[in-house]
Ligand binder design. Structure first.
Ligand SMILES: [Zn+2]
Length: 229
């Protein structure tokens, strides 16, 4: 009853189309749940996402959505990252996790690692937008969730002036791995929100490649699959 009254005065809106949600809907409206550009790679076979990381040895790669600018997906990620709607990470995690849990290769993942954000950014935003998503994926895959081993030690916020190579070098030097031995011989799933050039994830992969016997798989909420990305 109280919920119903609150709802009349403060209707919650869909994280994707921003229209008011019905009381039975959670975070994303039914229409958006049906129309969002779902794109699922669950296969050992090389997929388009692997090709972004062709210089690395990536085992499994999966994204839930196809990312395009000026679409509901951009709005969804924007709401998650900048409008304090961290619950959306949980909802996207449940959606993606349910799909991945049906794949025997993904269920062999030992540890889920979110791409780290710098402490300064964490303080400004109040949360790492990937934490909820990663934690739910870990739960669905019966894996551990670890957001302390991989650290971002330098804030690489304003990089627009630098060349792509410089930006990547800076990014690479900004990542650190602590207690790498706990990841030895483990299958890790590195997760991020959106992958475009893949630079951030590549910096993490370079770090993780120092760990003995590690197997690296990746997952993202959304991926951009442009030829020149
Ligand atoms: Zn909607």
């Amino acid at each position: 009853m109280l919920n119903e009254i609150l709802y009349i005065f403060f209707p919650k809106s869909c994280g994707s189309c921003n229209l008011p949600l019905h009381t039975f809907e959670d975070g994303i409206c039914t229409a958006c749940r049906h129309s969002l550009p779902e794109m699922i790679f669950i296969s050992l076979v090389e997929n388009q996402m692997h090709s972004i990381f062709e210089e690395y040895n990536i085992y499994l790669a999966s994204a839930l959505f196809n990312f395009e600018k000026n679409t509901e997906i951009q709005e969804l990620i924007h709401n998650l990252k900048y409008r304090n709607q961290k619950k959306l990470g949980k909802i996207i995690g449940q959606w993606h996790g349910a799909k991945l849990a049906t794949d025997m290769n993904f269920t062999q993942v030992d540890v889920v690692l979110p791409v780290p954000i710098h402490i300064k950014k964490l303080k400004n935003r109040g949360y790492n937008q990937i934490s909820n998503y990663g934690a739910i994926l870990a739960k669905k895959l019966n894996a551990d969730f670890n957001e302390t081993t991989l650290k971002k030690t330098v804030n690489t916020k304003t990089q627009a002036k630098h060349s792509r190579q410089q930006r990547f070098d800076n990014m690479l030097n900004s990542m650190q791995i602590r207690n790498p031995q706990i990841l030895e011989n483990k299958h890790v799933l590195l997760v991020d929100d959106v992958i475009t050039t893949g630079a951030t994830m590549k910096a993490c992969i370079e770090c993780l490649n120092q760990v003995k016997g590690i197997t690296i798989s990746i997952a993202a909420m959304a991926v951009t699959l442009l030829e020149d990305a």
